[in-house]
Design a protein around this ligand. Structure first.
Ligand SMILES: Nc1ncnc2c1ncn2[C@@H]1O[C@H](COP(=O)(O)OP(=O)(O)OP(=O)(O)O)[C@@H](O)[C@H]1O
Ligand SMILES: [Mg+2]
Length: 463
């Protein structure tokens, strides 16, 4: 019997590993590791409002080098020796009691391999610092699958990890060059979205020395839940180890018919409508208005500018990140997951309350503005927590215990149906009437139309 060599070549392995991951996702993986580091440091106990306060990550990306430094606790030396540099997780049970996102044991290495041929990972845990170097020689040596870990006296100021990648591949150099690519702007936007919750909870991210500002996830609510008014819909349950929170409502007052009509490719008002999906504090889907989040599915209408004021957040939290409805890239939702399908049912129930509301008030949106005046914006997940216990209703389900809050939204009085009139006229003629009624040839066409109608109606009633 002879032995046949079936071992992988490193070049092939590395190219396969990095081929399907976008550069942006590879870098975001490094930020995920920082957050996981904080969670491990605190053993998952993060119960105040700003548990990430004082922690930061600083990214530098230029055509010459990429680096990321954090103060998130560092990689314990024994973990570095045993598993952190392995390509794939050794211990499936690792962190099973913490809400971390790391799952595969590949993110850090893949990011380094993706960007360049030479990297140094310096990490310091409990004051003990060491370096692990990856060189071009190692990358092309099929026989060596081991790396050297070297202790160093060159300590970091705080426990943390400092990764530097040089010998960047040419396409990466282009992406990191502001003159040649929008990549760094996209990266900033992506960090502002994905890490919005974590940044709101105290974490700071710098990209080339600029602090990244989180996107808003506010929703309108009124602290008085006892009366009917503009309030969001909410749902809560725990399903197969995953805490699910759903909240949907308005983030601004209704869009008037005129505003919707004037909708062009470049809306003057920023639209923040749609569903945002959060898994263990990371935003994995942002302001989605597609079938993925239930728009145009079953009896929920397709998204339309009339619904541009509706926004919702669905949050999944679990110590077992394998149970989260995440795609393998961690940046999209696994639609077939039973956990997601359960949430989707209530996301749809909730969103329908608000599409129905906009339909009912169509053409008379201004009449609702008084109700909107009673509300204030608040961070969506905070609103779920503000709903008093007695306002929740139990949801009848055989599989799980669940509860929901169904708002009593104001409806237009019955027998008071309004209809909308619209027609086209020559602008020259409209100007004549503007001059005639208001001494202003630029008076708004709807004001003029309204005046003509009232005029004619008064005459008809006087007959
Ligand atoms: N910035 C960091 N701070 C603390 N520990 C880190 C950091 N980066 C990496 N680690 C350690 O190195 C290990 C390997 O990281 P890597 O990103 O390769 O895999 P993972 O996070 O376990 O899984 P995934 O592939 O899903 O990201 C982590 O499990 C963690 O123990
Ligand atoms: Mg990771």
């Amino acid at each position: 019997m002879t032995i046949v060599d079936a071992s992988p070549t490193k070049r092939f392995f590395v190219s396969m590993l990095t081929r399907d991951i976008a550069l942006i996702d590879a870098i975001l993986d490094l930020l995920d590791n920082c957050i996981d580091g904080i969670l491990r440091k605190h053993k998952g106990v993060l119960n105040n409002n700003r548990p990430y306060e004082g922690y930061w990550a600083k990214i530098i990306a230029t055509p010459e080098l990429f680096s990321i430094i954090d103060n998130c606790g560092g990689i314990p030396k024994d973990i570095a020796e045993k598993s952190a540099f392995r390509l794939g997780r050794v211990d499936g049970e690792l962190d099973s009691d913490l809400p971390t996102v790391g799952m595969y044991g590949i993110g850090m290495k893949r990011a380094l391999f993706k960007m360049g041929k030479r990297s140094v990972v310096r990490s310091q845990h409990n004051g003990e610092a060491y370096d692990v170097k990856i060189t071009p020689e190692w990358l092309s040596d099929d026989n060596s699958w081991q790396l050297q870990l070297q202790s160093t006296d060159d300590n970091l100021l705080q426990d943390g990890t400092y990764i530097i990648v040089t010998d960047l591949y040419e396409p990466i150099q282009v992406e990191f060059d502001l003159k040649q690519s929008d990549f760094l702007e996209d990266l900033e936007k992506e960090i502002a979205r994905l890490f919005a919750l974590i940044i709101k909870k105290g974490f700071t991210v710098y990209l080339n020395d600029m602090q990244v500002k989180p996107v808003s996830l506010d929703i309108l609510y009124s602290s008085d839940f006892t009366i009917s008014g503009i309030q969001p819909y909410a749902f809560r349950t725990i399903y197969s180890d995953v805490e699910i929170d759903v909240i949907v409502g308005f983030y601004r007052q209704l869009a008037t018919v005129e505003e919707v009509d004037q909708d062009t490719d470049l809306p003057r008002v920023e639209v923040k409508a749609g569903w945002t999906v959060v898994c263990n504090d990371r935003i994995v889907v942002y302001q989605d208005r597609s079938i993925v989040t239930g728009w145009g599915l079953g009896n929920v209408p397709h998204y339309h500018p009339q619904f541009r004021t509706i926004a919702g957040v669905v949050q999944f939290t679990s110590n077992n990140s394998n149970n989260l409805p995440l795609r393998t890239t961690k940046r999209g939702i696994e639609m077939q997951s039973p956990t997601y399908l359960l949430a989707l049912q209530y996301m749809q129930e909730g969103v329908k309350k608000f599409t129905y509301f906009t339909n009912k008030w169509k053409g008379r949106e201004q009449e609702t503005f008084i109700d909107f005046k009673q509300t204030e914006p608040q961070y969506a997940i905070q609103v779920v927590k503000a709903i008093p216990e007695e306002r929740w209703q139990k949801v009848k389900r055989s599989d799980v215990e669940a509860k929901r809050f169904i708002p009593e939204l104001p409806m237009p009085p019955k027998n008071d149906e309004k209809i909308r009139i619209s027609f086209f006229r020559l602008s020259k003629e409209v100007e004549i009437l503007g001059e005639f009624f208001f001494d202003d040839q630029n008076a708004s066409p709807s004001e003029i139309g309204n005046h003509c109608f009232n005029d004619a109606l008064a005459k008809a009633k006087a007959q």
